[in-house]
Design a protein around this ligand. Structure first.
Ligand code: GUN
Ligand code: ZN
Length: 465
């Protein structure tokens, strides 16, 4: 057994800030001088340095100075084989998939190509401060195998699975439901719960799935109820129309996944831009999650996710945030927070009543405002809750895995330190409110230059040059 200590300034969450209207700081926890005691990668104790250090004489302590240490970011929706084509010009979802995405993802049949792609993908995630992701792969098992193997070597927690598609894509890219079922079975046996790997049964989206492919997913979920289900939902208007043509017996997009018994705890649907209140309500009741991917929704012009609607207490859905890289044009969850904030503000142009007094809704408008508490909770503990991994990570609670990021709140653009000194004179937080305000500037003014170190299971895997 090896026990180490990490000393520094810590900020995490013990509750959901949307439940603490007007006093969100109650959901956060701040130690200006804290100590994290880690044994074999697992947090044993967490608290004020003065009290804890005395109880652990002689442990090796790494002092991370002048940083705010937060739990590792969780990307709830990302695409491994799009690493090389992010930022493709000019198209919305369906033509973008055909022109830029499927031709690149086909290349991941080749093991060497996939291996290089996986390394670059995980390196980019760590440099962005992301320690856990739920990732789509490709239609050939090679990409899934390589991702699980490399994540295992790095000891990173990853949720992933063979990405099934049997319609509306090039003939050499699609799979058959029979092959998909067979390969998924083998991959589940080989990788699910091996090390930190978790398996997600992954129909790519209802527009690319025949009833037989969805039946194969249903059978896999029945046979492996502890596996996750990961897919896309209601992202783009043309896609939504196409889904109802492909599945004419379903009343709405969610209805397709419901029909095949996939919606419930551990189900996540990326995007959900066009979800109706009825769909939010059904997802909420079942324990399913939506993954908000604002970088992608803006980059692909998909639309504005109704954050204030999804968080309505009447039908509050579980929610993670994701980059959706390469639909999203960044790897960084800090960029996701930046764009999420702006999506919320755009929604409020309608809700403030200035365009249409009938649609004025002050309460929903308030829920659209992504404070630093709501934002950082969503990419840590809240994201973990959405993915049903909050028993394992998401904050610094003893028993959880020691994945964390040391943020340099003064890094980023040249004037960042000067900017931050307006919030805290010496550039360091002394109170939870100051920490939150500095973090808001990281998400809105800084960028991933603020990610100084990334640690996984108590080991430093990334240090900024
Ligand atoms: N829907 C189906 N596949 C994809 C994908 O690769 N990216 C996005 N954004 N949406 C999808
Ligand atoms: Zn996606």
């Amino acid at each position: 057994m090896s026990t180490i200590g990490i000393r520094g300034t810590f900020f995490d969450f013990v509750d959901d800030p949307w439940k603490h209207l007007g006093k969100e700081q109650e959901a956060a926890r701040f130690h200006q001088d804290g100590l994290l005691v880690v044994t074999d990668g697992i947090i044993r104790e967490f608290g004020a340095y003065d009290t804890l250090a005395a109880a652990h004489p002689g442990i090796a302590i790494t002092h991370i100075k002048d940083r705010i240490i937060v739990p590792g970011f969780i990307d709830g929706h990302i695409h491994l084989p799009q690493t090389r084509v992010l930022g493709a010009y000019g198209e919305q979802l369906l033509p973008w998939l055909q022109m830029s995405i499927y031709p690149e993802e086909i290349k991941y049949k080749d093991r060497n190509y996939a291996r290089e792609g996986v390394k670059r993908f995980l390196d980019a995630l760590l440099a962005a401060g992301t320690t856990t992701c739920q990732a789509f792969t490709s239609s050939s098992p090679v990409a899934t195998e390589e991702l699980f193997e490399e994540a295992g070597r790095r000891n990173m927690r990853v949720i992933s699975g063979l990405t099934g598609i049997d319609r509306n894509a090039p003939a050499d890219f699609i799979d058959t439901p029979e092959n998909f079922y067979r390969d998924s079975k083998r991959l589940i046996a080989q990788y699910h719960n091996k090390g930190r790997n978790l398996y997600a049964i992954t129909p790519r989206f209802a527009f690319g799935a025949s009833p037989d492919l969805l039946k194969a997913c249903q059978r896999l979920k029945q046979e492996h109820p502890d596996c996750w289900v990961n897919t896309h939902i209601s992202e783009n208007p043309a896609e939504c129309r196409g889904v109802l043509i492909e599945h004419p017996d379903c009343q709405d997009y969610l209805g397709v996944y419901e029909k095949f018994g996939l919606v419930g705890p551990k189900f996540s649907g990326g995007h959900g831009v066009y979800l109706t209140n009825s769909e939010f309500r059904r997802m909420s009741k079942s324990g399913a999650a939506v993954v908000f991917c604002p970088c992608s929704n803006l980059f692909l012009g998909s639309g504005l996710f109704r954050l204030g609607r999804a968080t309505d207490p009447e039908h509050r859905v579980k929610m993670s945030f994701g980059t959706d890289m390469g639909g999203g044009n960044r790897f960084s969850m800090l960029n996701v927070l930046d764009d999420a904030y702006k999506v919320g503000m755009c929604n409020n142009t309608m809700l403030d009543g200035s365009i249409d007094p009938v649609r004025m809704d002050v309460a929903e408008a308030e829920r659209n405002k992504l404070s630093p508490y709501r934002g950082f909770w969503s990419v840590t503990l809240g994201g973990a809750e959405g993915l049903y991994i909050d028993d394992k990570l998401g904050n610094f609670q003893p028993g959880k895995e020691a994945d964390f990021v040391a943020l340099d709140v003064n890094a980023g653009p040249l004037a960042q330190a000067w900017h931050q000194s307006l919030i805290a004179e010496d550039g360091r937080p002394h109170t939870v409110e100051q920490a939150a305000n500095l973090l808001f500037s990281v998400m809105m003014v800084g960028d991933d230059r603020c990610v100084d170190e990334t640690w996984v299971m108590g080991k430093r895997l990334y240090k900024k040059n």
